[in-house]
Design a protein around this ligand. Structure first.
Ligand SMILES: Nc1ncnc2c1ncn2[C@@H]1O[C@H](COP(=O)(O)OP(=O)(O)OP(=O)(O)O)[C@@H](O)[C@H]1O
Length: 248
């Protein structure tokens, strides 16, 4: 089976090959009369097709950093450069409306729980994501269905495309969630503890899938994990302590 990327090199802006670059990012939350610093001057980067593990103890700011990269939480300061098909964008400086659009088109997110819609089939999960906010033509509808089936095939669930996800195992559901995160051809894939609800065998299969699809689809992958073995499989790693990057 061929594994051509969703959007091939020809579609990419030639100046926009770098992936994600976070520069001196600070995020604070209100905390009584003061502020709690959850992300403390963090800089890191991931090229397209490569993976970065984010590790650190509970409360060290891993999910907060991922939420900034996801445009779900604007940082207090710093830059979050993402090389998209249409050039470089500072995710830290976009409007809420543009952020929502970027989350549909450029950023795929996989959470700890797969957050699938129980009443839909595996294929419909992907189609629903592709159609968010759009009114599809018949031709586009067919193209999206083919894309959805191709992705489900690649994550090993081709034969289950028409099945309601209610009957799928936790590992299978996470694989649907990975396929759904890829359906709009993102530049960035973010995964927050995607295996922590799975047994070790299913978890390893989901990590395999994330690392493989990051390469095949030329997506920059940021993976938050507590698991040393998972972190060791990524191309690079940052370790957070009290919101700041610490070596070792
Ligand atoms: N919405 C919020 N409002 C206020 N404080 C928050 C909020 N979210 C997180 N925090 C605090 O920010 C710090 C970092 O939290 P965060 O969830 O990013 O850490 P984490 O490393 O992902 O933790 P865990 O591994 O337990 O998920 C913690 O002190 C946490 O209590």
């Amino acid at each position: 089976m061929s594994h051509a990327p969703v959007h091939g090199a020809a579609d990419l802006d030639p100046t926009a090959t770098a992936g994600l670059r976070m520069e001196d990012v600070v995020l604070t939350y209100p905390d009584g009369d003061g502020r709690l610093t959850a992300v403390d001057h963090v800089s890191c980067g991931i090229d397209r097709g490569r993976s970065l593990a984010v590790t650190g103890p509970s409360g060290s700011g891993k999910s907060s950093l991922l939420a900034v990269a996801a445009t779900l939480t604007p940082p207090d300061s710093g830059h979050v450069w993402l090389a998209t098909r249409h050039g470089e964008v500072d995710l830290a400086a976009v409007s809420a409306r543009r952020a929502a659009e970027l989350r549909r088109t450029e950023i795929g997110i996989v959470f700890q729980q797969s957050n699938l819609v129980e009443s839909l089939t595996a294929r419909e999960q992907l189609e629903a994501m592709a159609w968010l906010g759009k009114r599809p033509s018949r031709a586009r509808r067919t193209a999206v269905r083919e894309r959805a089936d191709d992705l489900l095939d690649r994550v090993g669930l081709g034969s289950m495309a028409g099945r309601s996800v209610g009957g799928l195992s936790g590992g299978q559901r996470q694989r649907v969630a990975v396929a759904r995160a890829l359906v709009n051809g993102p530049s960035l894939l973010l995964a927050d503890e995607p295996t922590s609800a799975l047994d070790s065998e299913s978890g390893a299969a989901v990590v395999d899938l994330l690392l493989r699809t990051a390469q095949e689809f030329e997506v920059a992958l940021m993976l938050v994990t507590h698991d040393e073995r998972v972190a060791a499989r990524c191309d690079a790693r940052i370790h957070l302590v009290d919101g700041a990057v610490r070596s070792g």
